[in-house]
Structure formats: C-alpha cells, structure tokens
Design a protein around this ligand. Sequence first.
Ligand SMILES: C[S@@+](CC[C@H](N)C(=O)[O-])C[C@H]1O[C@@H](n2cnc3c(N)ncnc32)[C@H](O)[C@@H]1O
Length: 205
Amino acid sequence: MDNRAIREIYEGLASAYDWAEGIPEALVIRRLRRRVFAAARGRILEVAAGTGRNFEILPADASVVAVDLTEAMLRRARPKARRRGLQVSFAVMEAEALGFRDGTFDTVISSLSTCTFVDPVAALREMARVCRPGGRILLLEHGRSNRRWLGRLQDRFAETHYRAVACRWNREPDALVRAAGLELVAHTRHLLGVFHVMEARPAAA
Ligand SMILES: C[S@@+](CC[C@H](N)C(=O)[O-])C[C@H]1O[C@@H](n2cnc3c(N)ncnc32)[C@H](O)[C@@H]1O
C-alpha cells in the first residue's frame, strides 16, 4: 500500500474511528496515553494525530501542531481541541516528509501510528529531525506480542488485518525506533507485550 491507499482507508474509517476504538480505549489505551503524553511540554508536534484523542492529556497552555495524512480524521480532531481550549494548528502532511525546520519542537508525540506508516523508519527519522536537541519524542505504539502464542496469531492474520485497516500489527516498534537512529531512553511493554510506551531523543549530533 502507498500513502494514497492508506488515506483512502482512513477516509472510510474516520466517521466510525472513535466509536470502534471505544472499548480498547476505555480498557487500556487511555491509561497508557496519560502515562506517556502527560510529560509533553512546550512547543508540541503531534504526528498522525487522527481524531485528536491525545488532546485531553496535553497541557492546556501548550502550543500544538497536529498533522495527519487524512483530512477526514483531522476534521474530527478540531472540535476536541476547541472543547479543551487547546491552541492547535492543523495540517495535512505525510509523516515521512514533515514540512518543518530542524529542531522546531520541544516535544514530538505520536500514537498508534508506526503500524500504519508506509515507511515507519523514515517517519521516525523525521520526528527526530524536527525535535530540538535534548527534546523528547514520546510514543505509544502497538506491535507483535512477545508472548509466543499471540505473536504467532498476529503473524497468521497480519495480511488480512493490514488489507482491512492499513495496520501492520506484527511490527516491532522499539526496533523501528532504534533502526531510525533515535536514542530510546525509556521503554515499557503492556497488555501481553502488545503496547509499547517509549521515550526517545534525537541522537546527539
Ligand atoms: C490508527 S490511527 C491513530 C490515530 C491517533 N494517533 C490515535 O492515537 O488515535 C493512524 C493515523 O495515522 C494516519 N497516517 C497514516 N499514515 C500516515 C502518514 N504517512 N503520515 C501521516 N499520517 C499518517 C492516518 O490517517 C490515521 O489518522
């Protein structure tokens, strides 16, 4: 799949996204979002912001730029920013080619996105490029379980799942972070080893 195909899938999913994610969100994902994104400070970039589910966690006085491939997803994020009273600038943009100067942001955040990016390593390199030296890259991702039975099950249905919702659920997000040359400073796994809470930094020049 290329970015055009991914965008088409998310245009189709946008109206049902919050509803469909409601149960996993309530059971586990919201808690993990708080755990990782409460530390976001200063000028914040959210990459693949989707319907804006992280906005409720970001500090109310933050200055936020939210980008996503799919306008239909961002359309659902705008009211959430307004309700929260958060200053957010929105832009349709590919994570693999972020239109910002090096070192623009204090914190770069992204969630449930490396499973979807056509080129996740390029996207993570871009996050590091636009993050200032000493800034933070905060990530909540999901991937292949480290429980053997579940990992195998994910492998078995990986292609079917990818074709349906453009999500490669058997990627290894921590390996992608390292492959992109970021410094992984904190990493924990949750819920049968599927979810990854990660804090990374751009590698020192
Ligand atoms: C599973 S959703 C996650 C949305 C949100 N981050 C969340 O936590 O609910 C994946 C999002 O990634 C976006 N996306 C996929 N590929 C992208 C790319 N190359 N650049 C920017 N956004 C992308 C999709 O449009 C979609 O909104």
